[in-house]
Design a protein around this ligand. Structure first.
Ligand code: SAH
Length: 346
């Protein structure tokens, strides 16, 4: 069943226009959807219209199925979709606001060895409305409204490869930043990809102000191929070249994610190789000690070593930080909570 959240504002205008509804109904309905109301909760629109719409379209394509609060304030959500599939999200509280990490697919087919999202392969793409619903649902859960948002930042770093679900993700980016809706600034949105070069090239021409984040995790192709199957399709050189084109077109700094894996990619030699890639465009490297995934037998570098690696990059004039790990006590890393719930219930 399609959701009304799958409609852009203009598409909703057309839908209601075809039903001979007055123009102000569009704003009323859009406001109700942004507040993540169920049909019963919408009181300012004729009941007959709501009944008609709700037989054809869902208002709430997902609901919170489980939540876990970490000592550091992070909340991990498991949502249930209407077809029974589960996806997850993480809310991180910072001084400057709340960041929600959203999923773009049920499962993932990229097969990265360190990532729990990929363990069962790809189940299906999420629609743009199902991605948007994660933001609206948690905003409402936190007591936020359209006028007073509780979610200020969004990162597409939950389960799934956003650029493998390109059309729905681009539509989501437009809808979530629409000022008639929840209106989250595109500058506060990061899209993380394992580096689908052809799609990065398409995205750069979309006139979006989002931050492109590329999961590099290795300084050369040989090491990258050991953990990321996508490295067999695109070389690091091709990825860096596409990042440069993205920067030249959008003038947005490109961020690289680099998960430090003990004994694999965390030597000073690796740091030096990495420095060699970061020339000719504006960039930043986010280091994070790998969150251990037991099924895969890969371990994270110690924080001490992560800081030494960071220092090596900085000494070479590269902008780099070690990311705080949050929510480790609640299966914070991608796909971990869903993987745990699925294995507990099977
Ligand atoms: N498919 C996208 C986005 C999803 S994952 C991508 O590849 O970027 C978001 C980030 O978490 C990616 O950088 C991913 O490589 C990283 N990640 C996955 N598993 C991890 C783990 N166990 N520890 C640390 N980072 C992990």
């Amino acid at each position: 069943m399609l959701s009304l959240l799958d409609f852009s504002y203009e598409e909703l205008e057309k839908l209601l226009g075809d039903l001979d509804q007055p123009k102000y109904r569009v704003t009323q309905l859009y406001d109700a959807l942004v507040s993540y109301k169920s049909p019963d909760e919408v009181t300012n629109i004729p009941k007959s219209l709501i009944a008609d719409l709700s037989t054809k379209y869902s208002f709430q394509p997902l609901s919170i199925y489980q939540e876990r609060k970490s000592k550091d304030g992070t909340i991990k959500f498991l949502y249930k979709l209407l077809d029974g599939n589960l996806i997850e999200g993480v809310l991180m509280k910072y001084k400057y606001g709340n960041t929600l990490c959203v999923s773009t697919q049920v499962g993932c087919r990229m097969g990265c060895k360190f990532c729990a999202s990929t363990l069962g392969g790809l189940v299906r793409n999420l629609t743009s409305g199902e991605i948007l619903a994660q933001v609206l649902c948690v905003n409402a859960y936190l007591g936020g409204t359209k006028a007073k948002r509780q979610i200020t930042n969004v990162v597409l770093m939950g389960s799934g490869e956003p650029l493998d679900n390109y059309d729905n993700v681009v539509k989501f980016l437009r809808c979530v930043s629409d000022v008639r809706g929840i209106g989250i600034s595109q500058r506060n949105i990061s899209l993380s990809t394992c580096g689908l070069v052809d799609k990065i090239d398409k995205l750069k021409d979309k006139n979006l102000q989002i931050t492109l984040t590329i999961s590099l995790h290795a300084p050369n192709d040989e090491i990258r191929r050991q953990t990321m199957p996508i490295a067999n399709k695109y070389s690091i050189k091709e990825i860096i070249d596409s990042a440069k084109r993205y920067f030249n077109k959008t003038k947005r700094r490109v961020v690289f994610e680099y998960a430090l894996i003990e004994g694999k990619n965390d030597s000073f030699e690796c740091a030096e190789m990495l420095c060699g890639l970061m020339h000719g465009f504006s960039n930043h490297i986010n280091l994070i000690p790998l969150n251990e995934v037991k099924e895969r037998g890969l371990k994270g570098t110690t924080r001490h070593r992560a800081y030494a690696f960071m220092k090596k990059l900085q000494d070479n004039g590269i902008s780099a930080t070690v990311r705080r790990t949050m929510g480790e006590d609640i299966e914070g890393a991608c796909g971990q909570l869903r993987a745990k719930v699925l294995s507990d219930t099977q």
